[in-house]
Design a protein. Structure first.
Length: 95
């Protein structure tokens, strides 16, 4: 049932419902933070919130490009992965 509700949440976010974005952030922030912390051991714990913020900003910017309504968690994990790659390029000077 969570998956169905999650897809409904994605649809509401895509429609621009502010309350849906609030719910998305509240529902998925901790799991995205854990993913970031565990996926990037070179990041300090204090950098994780900034990566999470950048992930959600990326998600807002890319929501209209997303295909059919994916699981919010999978979609956000993908955005976090992209953000971690971007940060890696920034740190290595490969911009």
């Amino acid at each position: 049932m969570k998956s169905f509700n999650d897809r409904g949440l994605f649809a509401r976010c895509r429609a621009g419902k502010e309350s849906a974005w609030d719910q998305l952030l509240e529902s998925h922030y901790d799991s995205i933070g854990r993913f970031v912390f565990l996926s990037a051991p070179d990041l300090s714990e204090s950098e994780v919130p900034e990566v999470c913020r950048r992930t959600f900003v990326r998600a807002v910017g890319e929501i209209q490009k997303a295909g059919e309504e994916p699981s919010c968690r999978v979609w956000l994990l993908r955005a976090a992965s992209k953000e971690l790659r971007q940060i890696g390029r920034e740190k290595s000077g490969d911009l």
